[in-house]
Design a protein around this ligand. Structure first.
Ligand SMILES: C[S@@+](CC[C@H](N)C(=O)[O-])C[C@H]1O[C@@H](n2cnc3c(N)ncnc32)[C@H](O)[C@@H]1O
Length: 794
């Protein structure tokens, strides 16, 4: 794409960069005419759409080679490697009407099933046996392996049934002899042991109902004075109420998770991952996800038009090809138009492919309804902020729109007409996606903490990891109604995801008629005001008008601040921001000389007890005007040397950060880090984020080296600071409490662990309601551990 960008002449580049949304039709037409005359452009399009050049085609020879490598690893008992090779073989094996390939596919499934059997992955192994049987119902080895896995699960009667099926289908006498021997041994075990029922191993492939739909509509779209449209409550909403559930219009996996997560439901891929039947790119966790993403595969197998066949006249942008590649089912399969030969979808950026999915959905809807009018692009009526984009962004998006439109034409060979307006609509769609798409996140353990802690039990000498979770952005999606939620840095609802569905739940009481606002990322207590404003401006092109950015927020004053050198003074000292109060009602804030915003004063009686003390130092003393510069105490006006305080605090914090990589061998680093913490406490305000992070890092290091008492002390110190920066029931505090639970469990202090767990659980249930254990899968095991029950293998 860089090659295309640099080929655009300066004058055209300027016209595109300086043009507004109203000029789009003119600038995209000029760009299109220029590319039509550019051989490089035709070369790029051919690379993206010519099946002969596609890197993602199925390849039987490669599948056979990978199967051979898998077999070699299996015979050397390198089962992990064998599993990897068999999966790669399945990725490349073509599944079509050629009987050989069907046999090859089922043989690889059985080999992978045997490998997973060896690795103790019984459910996964059974699923692969079933897949082999679906393809080749009379495949003796598949029935044999299924029976053997069931025997390992002590489900003997079912194992006997499967082995008898294998025996009937086996044609060689050697094979028959083998099966008979196993059958006899299982018959004996069946007589001597109790039967264990095998649970439904295909549950991954079964329907997952979404429970807890909201009973009645309690929010509506309204017009707001300063944020455009937004959502507001139509009724009083109690805390933890489910207020919105929505499936995406389109969704796409982030590139870095393509190999580890299902491309349809975005959950972590199991060992028995399945692949797209037509290309080698996507992976799916189950047949069900595969079928929903790819649809009826028979329509993917057709050959594609040569790029030259319909690229003759780009400037006209209309095609009159004879055969229309119409979708076969009413259900839109979002990957179907992307595979079967060309590899453009694997190469273009995720948000451009997402735009392609939305366009394809619209095209297929029109095809199914038999309309043969010009495609105008889906009118999503979402904000796009095109005019605020940089010239480079405008040019890039116009080039991508042209490329994407031609890739879609290449697939559909539709006799529907495209007009020039389609292109400008597509450019706007690309920016609507940038502003309105929501990142689908998953909570993932970064250290295997929960299992480690639970299974290690109370042995403190050994050391244990704290349960640390992080939010991972696995996919990007467009939700049509979800796009109407505005942002607040102190949101009153929480958005999360079950599979692909967006769920929104209230986290506090919301009075009828109040705005209902989610967080787009930056939150008060986590980032201070200028950072939040910068992030929202850069990513969403707006200056935040939420209540936390319109009113002086106490956590903003203290989170990055230094402490007053006078003992007993709780006044904060800002590093860079100046606060200027011209009258009693407003504070103006500037940062490094540039103006940030005007804030109203908070209601001091409504802030937390500790924060109230800080607030009183600022607003409680009558006659004190709040004209404060960096380095000056907001209470008593004592001064500090800011550059030296910043340098020292950074130096000490980086010494503490070294503990993040700590192992038992580096135990000696801890005393030095404690010295640094001491220094940091002399410099930083007691409620600063830097101190909370330092305490947390030290707690984690103590937990790792097995000193759980010290770990507990520092973890509690970190929580105490966070409780001042966030609201007391903020989810960040629940995550910290879970770390504390794991430390207390390692110390064998189940009573305190249970108390901390109950506090965390109360917060999590506010955020996730009945979905809590589904989202935070480890909570169940941790709960059993604090109650002293056996955790069992999950
Ligand atoms: C996902 S849309 C939300 C719906 C949008 N207000 C509309 O009218 O369609 C995001 C856009 O809404 C506006 N917006 C959302 N939250 C805002 C806030 N806190 N302050 C100012 N504008 C906001 C901005 O224009 C932002 O780019």
């Amino acid at each position: 794409m860089e090659r295309l960008k640099s080929a655009v002449p300066a004058e055209l580049r300027r016209a595109v960069g300086e043009g507004s949304a109203a000029d789009l039709q003119a600038t995209t037409s000029r760009l299109l005419a220029f590319f039509d005359s550019l051989p490089l452009f035709h070369e790029v399009m051919r690379e993206l759409t010519d099946p002969e050049l596609a890197l993602c085609r199925k390849d039987k020879e490669r599948a056979v080679e990978l199967k051979g490598q898998g077999n070699a690893c299996f015979s050397r008992r390198e089962f992990g490697e064998a599993l990897r090779f068999y999966s790669q073989a399945l990725r490349h094996v073509p599944i079509n009407s050629d009987g050989m390939d069907v046999n090859l596919a089922s043989a690889i499934y059985v080999n992978r099933a045997s490998t997973m059997h060896k690795l103790g992955l019984f459910k996964e192994s059974l699923r692969d046996c079933d897949r082999a049987i679906t393809i080749s119902p009379n495949y003796s080895k598949a029935w044999y392996r299924k029976g053997m896995v069931k025997a390992s699960l002590k489900n003997y009667s079912s194992a006997i049934h499967d082995l008898n099926s294998a025996l009937r289908m086996e044609v060689t006498s050697l094979g028959k002899g083998n099966i008979e021997r196993e059958l006899n041994s299982i018959l004996q075990k069946h007589e001597n042991f109790d039967e264990v029922e095998t649970s439904n191993c295909d549950s991954k492939d079964a329907d997952l109902p979404l429970e807890g739909q909201p009973h009645k509509v309690i929010i509506e779209s309204v017009s707001t004075p300063d944020k455009g449209r937004g959502m507001a409550s139509t009724d009083d909403i109690p805390p933890a109420s489910l207020i919105h559930v929505e499936d995406p219009l389109a969704a796409i996996i982030m590139k870095c998770f393509r190999e580890t997560h299902c491309h349809f439901c975005f959950s972590e891929a199991p060992a028995d991952v399945v692949f797209c039947p037509s290309c080698t790119i996507p992976i799916y966790c189950s047949k069900r996800c595969q079928e929903q993403a790819v649809g009826d595969i028979s329509c993917n197998q057709d050959s594609h038009l040569e790029y030259n066949d319909h690229a003759k006249s780009l400037a006209k942008l209309s095609i009159t090809s004879t055969s229309c590649k119409s979708p076969s089912s009413k259900l839109f399969a979002e990957h179907r138009h992307e595979c079967g030969g060309a590899h453009w979808a694997a190469v273009l950026p995720a948000d451009i492919v997402l735009a392609g999915r939305i366009m394809a959905r619209d095209i297929e809807k029109r095809m199914l309804s038999g309309k043969s009018v010009a495609i105008s692009g889906p009118n999503l009526d979402l904000v796009h902020h095109y005019d605020q984009q940089s010239p480079a962004n405008k040019l890039e998006s116009q080039i991508y729109a042209i490329v994407l439109l031609l890739c879609l034409q290449n697939h559909y060979r539709s006799d529907l007409l495209w007009t020039e307006d389609s292109l400008s609509q597509l450019v706007l769609l690309i920016f609507q996606i940038k502003i309105n798409s929501i990142a689908i996140v998953r909570m993932e353990s970064i250290d295997g903490g929960p299992e480690l802690t639970v299974h290690r039990g109370v042995s403190s000498g050994e050391g244990a990891n704290m349960c640390s979770l992080e939010q991972v952005r696995v996919a990007q999606a467009i939700y049509v109604s979800g796009s109407l939620f505005n942002h607040s840095c102190r949101p009153n609802v929480h958005a999360y995801f079950l599979s692909r569905a967006l769920i929104v739940r209230s986290t506090e009481f919301i009075k009828s008629g109040s705005p209902v606002e989610i967080s787009y990322g930056p939150q008060a207590g986590e980032m201070h005001l200028p950072e939040r404003q910068k992030s929202l401006q850069e990513n969403y092109y707006f200056s935040c008008q939420c209540s936390s950015c319109s009113e002086l927020n106490l956590s903003d004053l203290v989170m990055n601040s230094f402490c007053c050198p006078q003992s007993n003074c709780l006044g904060a000292i800002s590093e860079a921001a100046s606060y200027y109060m011209p009258n009693e009602n407003f504070v103006h804030v500037s940062l490094g000389g540039s103006y940030v915003c005007k804030l109203s004063l908070p209601d001091v009686s409504k802030v937390g007890k500790d924060m109230e003390k800080v607030a009183r130092t600022l607003f409680g003393n009558s006659g004190v005007s709040l004209n404060i510069d960096p380095g000056c105490c907001m209470n008593c006006r004592s001064q500090i040397d800011v550059p030296s305080a910043v340098a020292t605090s950074q130096k000490e914090a980086s010494k503490i950060d070294r503990l993040k990589e700590i192992t038992l061998l580096h135990k000696a680093l801890i005393p030095e880090a404690l010295q640094s913490l001491k220094q940091l406490k002399k410099l930083r305000h007691p409620y600063s984020k830097a101190l909370a992070q330092a305490e947390d890092t030290i707690a984690e290091a103590f937990a790792k080296v097995g000193d759980q008492e010290q770990a507990q002390k520092h973890c509690e110190a970190s929580i105490q600071i966070l409780e001042k920066l966030y609201q007391p029931k903020h989810i960040a505090i629940a995550h910290e409490l879970i770390k504390l639970v794991s430390i207390l469990l390692s110390m064998g202090d189940r009573a305190s662990a249970a108390a901390a767990f109950a506090r965390a659980e109360a917060i999590f249930s506010l955020y996730y309601g009945s979905h809590m254990e589904k989202i935070l899968a480890y909570l169940g095991a941790l709960n059993r551990a604090v109650r002293g029950e056996s955790t069992g293998a999950c």
